[in-house]
Design a protein around this ligand. Structure first.
Ligand code: DGL
Length: 249
């Protein structure tokens, strides 16, 4: 099976990493809209327009499905993409909610939803979780985390003070949804800050969702990964080399 992965920038490589680790696809076409990242501070109309433009790019390839790794796009443009796409389109929010349901049996579990401003403003995670009965939710948009990751900072004093800034008044959550492609890259730092909280990661949630909802006749031994970016593709490739390590051939 061939899949497209769409993100606003390089962050969707966190989802690609999980897809490569589980060897579900024979090929992955990745497109990051690096010329226009970040999406998470833009309004719905802009996010929908950018997403439909990215869809035109994917129509040039014979893919069986498109995974929207970007939470901001998943929050605001998934319906428009589904209506206009000739292939299946899967966002990350429903899989994230499925992962919560699988992991957390008590509905009063204290869940912290982290996302971009757009994702949090859409309330997609909060509404879906409320529909499943979860009633102890806190939503937070730690906007500085995105440029920190873009700078290649995954630990240290700067990240520590950003976490302090956003997290200092919170009651320790039982679970934290990393509802932005960039945040899994900060997973160890966030886990150190909240050592007893369960982290829910979009990439792993997508894999779980795909195994339940898609029919994979066979596993692929080696996934071919092609990387495209609307600006500076060399930077995307360099980041992929760093983040994906041996998985990136
Ligand atoms: N990819 C975005 C998301 O997951 C994060 C970066 C951005 O703001 O574009 O929401």
């Amino acid at each position: 099976m061939r899949v497209g992965v769409f993100d606003s920038g390089v962050g969707g490589l966190s989802v690609v990493k999980s897809l490569l680790e589980h060897q579900l696809f024979e090929s992955i076409i990745y497109f990051g809209d690096t010329a226009r990242v970040p999406y998470g501070v833009k309004d719905k109309n802009t996010i929908v327009r950018y997403s439909l433009e990215a869809l035109e790019f994917f129509k040039n390839f014979e893919i069986d499905m498109l995974i929207v790794a970007c939470n901001s796009v998943s929050a605001y443009a998934i319906q428009e993409l589904r209506v206009n796409a000739p292939f299946k389109v899967i966002g990350v929010i429903e899989p994230g909610v499925l992962a919560v349901q699988n992991a957390l049996k008590h509905k009063d579990t204290n869940i912290l939803i982290l996302g971009t401003r757009a994702t949090i403003a859409s309330q997609r995670y909060a509404h879906l979780l409320q529909n499943c009965g979860y009633n102890n939710l806190t939503s937070l948009a730690p906007s500085l985390f995105v440029p920190i990751v873009e700078e290649g900072i995954f630990e240290g004093a700067l990240l520590q003070s950003a976490m302090e800034h956003y997290f200092k008044d919170l009651v320790t959550p039982d679970a934290i949804i990393l509802g932005c492609t960039h945040f899994p890259l900060l997973a160890s730092a966030i886990q150190n800050y909240f050592p007893n909280s369960l982290l829910i990661h979009s990439g792993e949630a997508i894999v779980e969702h795909l195994r339940v909802h898609c029919d994979f006749a066979k596993q692929s031994n080696a996934t071919k990964l092609q990387l495209f970016a609307s600006e500076n593709p060399e930077n995307l490739k360099a980041t992929a080399k760093k983040w994906l390590g041996d998985l990136f051939l």
